[in-house]
Design a protein around this ligand. Structure first.
Ligand code: ADP
Ligand code: MG
Length: 702
């Protein structure tokens, strides 16, 4: 959110010099608008009178006192003034550290407004953190009787400074702040006009009005967000005439359908299992999109191991047999390689022409692949983001599949789509998108879910273990080794930096292989190990030549080793719940009973432990993701923070869920009432450039 009327730099305000500017800049404040949108983190309520005696209970005191006497602590020039005051309820001492100058103001017999927090010292109520203001019989107090804002600070900034700068700016400029929401919309929602909302979020008349103010600003923000998201959805529906529908697709759909069934059918017959009901449903949803003239933008969410990748492969068959090319993009080489191998086993026998392209494919081989792609001699290409380097040109790219989509920025996803003529787009994620995010960040996607696991999987047994009992965990894993099973050990750090108490993968690899499990073959894997080595270590692990892997969270995504039965995560409290869930999903992929051991610090707080307890209680990635969202905030989960995708000032997409739903409804109504609004040249509301939440997409779609 920003206030377009107030884009002047704060250096134009009275009294803001270089060092103040630096301190403001550290808070991200450089313009008037930034300053007014720097909302308080809390308030000091000085409207309620609380007598001195409430200081005995530790509550802040907010009262009127009379000065009884002066005395000094210590002697000489460094002595400290001590002023004894009283109201009807009690007597107390104000200790004026560094404020001996108050001696003149706090004259004996005078009355003052007093605000402070007291403690009991030497049987006496004392404070050194207090504020006073003269009490005058026929004048209202200045700061007292108000609700005062408490701002996040930095550097030399003080609360007083911020209050002064913000209230000054508010009173001078408030008349320039326009109401962007149409009046009828604002009235029907019962919210405050923007200027009033801004005044009351900084200096609220009452805490009730303050909440209404916040809601008013949040609603506006969410409405813009929803307008943008819904506009994308509607524009996509509108873009039908832009897309050349392939002749085979429209001319001979029936024939293509039957053919499609044949390829898909043939693959199914080869599988040693049948698809789950959810997989079938998702396939139908995808097929319907593929047959429709409007380009698909669909997100498939499902837990690790729920069968998303297989479903995606099958869906590609119907595109391929109609002569279209498919690109399948994975976030890492490791995963791309694994997918390519699976595809080779499953699809090559059906006559599908495959290729594998990553940054480490040698130059001459790469040249051959690019030529074949351009000639249309490749049906399905699997790779990493190398797939959308400039020189990769397709003959007829119809279908783009992106695995673990949250690792890709929105821009990358659009770049890949641009390589074809509005190809169908399928995104897959094992980090379930909570409902609130589905409505916002991913609001332009249709969503399919695979909620059930293939039959026969045993849920992973999850144990929490305190650090001091980690030898017991190592012993339990040894038993699994003796049964011929494999294990992962995961650490939050790669190496010992000397700065941290945390165990790291490198040291623990040494410790485990030399001391705990001598003679048992092991591998070490983390992001700084060369890609080739990583691949061969993984391959050895997959073939059972290594009994365990010591790693960082690089094993988090997608790696599939059915014989791995133990996942040991040390310093588990350092990981987000969704990451833990992903890691746990690395085991329990075969038919043997698997275990996850979450080892936590002996000093872990009760709340921290409760958080880890969620892992023991739930195996449902959706439930865990919702909890994670509540604990960590949305950015981390969807990878939106890295992409700078969503930055809300007033709204909180969890707390304001109801408001979000309403904004979505209103956005749809607004867009339906005037289809012209779908295009960027048309402003949504009259009166100038349209303020936008920070979304990185609209420009690229143009
Ligand atoms: P995801 O991509 O969701 O993590 P995959 O598609 O990689 O899941 O499937 C994980 C494992 O489960 C693979 O070995 C796959 O062959 C197997 N699998 C997929 N669907 C089924 C099913 N319906 N029944 C049994 N096993 C399945
Ligand atoms: Mg997968």
């Amino acid at each position: 959110m920003y206030l377009r009327e107030l884009q002047k730099p704060i250096t134009e305000l009275h009294g803001i010099g270089k060092s103040t500017f630096t301190a403001y800049a550290a808070l991200g404040i450089t313009t008037w608008s930034d300053l007014l949108l720097h909302f308080p983190r809390a308030y000091e309520d000085r409207t309620a009178v609380r007598p001195l005696s409430s200081g005995y209970g530790g509550e802040p005191v907010n009262t009127i006192v009379e000065v009884l006497s002066h005395s000094f602590i210590g002697s000489g020039p460094r002595r400290t003034l001590k002023v004894t005051v009283a109201d009807e309820s009690a007597t107390a001492a104000l200790v004026c550290f560094g404020r001996n100058f108050l001696q003149d103001m706090l004259r004996v017999g005078r009355r003052f407004y007093l605000y402070g927090t007291f403690s009991l010292k030497y049987h006496e109520l004392q404070t050194s953190a207090f504020e006073v203001e003269p009490w005058l019989p026929d004048q209202p107090p200045k700061a007292f009787g108000q609700i005062l804002p408490l701002y996040p600070l930095s550097g030399k900034l003080t609360q007083q400074r911020l209050r002064k700068d913000i209230s000054g700016l508010l009173s001078a400029k408030i008349k320039y702040i326009e109401n962007e929401l149409p009046e009828e919309l604002r009235e029907s929602t019962g919210l405050l006009p923007k200027a009033e909302a801004l005044e009351n979020i900084h200096f609220p008349r009452s805490m009730k009005v303050r909440e209404l103010a916040r809601k008013s600003l949040a609603y506006e923000e969410l409405l813009y967000l929803q307008l943008m998201v819904r506009r994308r959805v509607l524009r996509r529906q509108e873009s039908v005439p832009l897309r050349q529908i392939s002749s085979s697709k429209s001319a001979d759909q029936l024939g293509a359908d039957q053919l499609g069934e044949r390829l898909g059918q043939r693959l199914r017959k080869k599988l040693p299992f049948s698809l789950t009901a959810d997989q079938e449903t998702v396939l139908q949803e995808i097929e319907a999109d593929l047959m429709s003239p409007r380009p698909m933008a669909r997100l498939v969410q499902g837990d690790v191991g729920s069968g998303k990748t297989l479903t995606a492969f099958i869906s590609a068959l119907s595109v391929i047999e109609r002569g279209g090319q498919t690109a399948f993009m994975a976030p890492t080489e490791l995963l791309a390689r694994q997918h390519a191998e699976n595809a080779a086993a499953l699809l090559e026998p059906l006559g599908i022409r495959l290729a594998y392209l990553t940054g480490s494919v040698p130059k001459n081989r790469r040249g051959l692949i690019l030529k074949a792609l351009l000639a249309g001699d490749i049906d399905l290409i699997i790779g990493t983001h190398a797939l959308f380097s400039k020189d990769v040109v397709f003959r007829n790219l119809r279908y783009v599949i992106v695995d673990e989509q949250h690792r890709f920025g929105v821009l990358q996803r659009i770049a890949l789509s641009n390589k074809g003529d509005l190809p169908d787009l399928l995104l897959m994620t094992a980090t379930p998108i909570p409902r609130t995010l589905a409505l916002t960040v991913f609001g332009d996607l249709d969503v399919s879910s695979i909620r059930t696991m293939p039959p026969g999987r045993l849920p992973v047994k999850t144990h929490l273990a305190a650090e001091k009992s980690r030898d017991r965990v190592y012993a339990a894993v040894r038993v699994e080794f003796e049964r011929g099973h494999q294990a992962y050990f995961v650490y939050p750090r790669i190496e010992d930096t000397g700065k941290s108490e945390l165990r790291d993968a490198e040291s623990m690899y040494r410790y485990l292989s030399e001391t705990v499990y001598p003679g048992i073959p092991a591998g070490l894997i983390h992001s700084r190990i060369a890609e080739d080595d990583k691949l061969s270590i993984m391959e050895n692990f997959r073939q059972g030549k290594l009994s365990y892997l010591v790693s960082t969270s690089v094993v988090e995504v997608g790696v599939d080793v059915p014989n791995a039965a133990c996942m040991v995560i040390e310093h588990a409290e350092r990981f987000g719940l969704s990451a833990l869930h992903q890691l746990r999903g690395r085991v329990g992929r075969g038919s043997v009973q698997s275990y996850a051991f979450l080892i936590y610090s002996d000093e872990l707080s009760p709340e921290g432990k409760e958080r880890l307890m969620v892992m023991r209680e739930s195996h449902d990635g959706f439930v865990i993701a919702e909890k994670d969202l509540r604990i960590r905030g949305p950015g981390e989960i969807a990878g939106t923070r890295q992409s700078g995708f969503l930055k809300l000032t007033a709204a909180d997409i969890i707390l304001d869920h109801e408001l979000l739903l309403q904004a979505r409804q209103d956005a749809d109504r607004i867009l339906a009432s005037d289809p012209g609004l779908l295009h960027p040249v048309n402003q949504v509301f009259p009166g100038g450039a349209q303020p936008r939440p920070h979304l990185d997409d609209d420009r690229t779609e143009g």
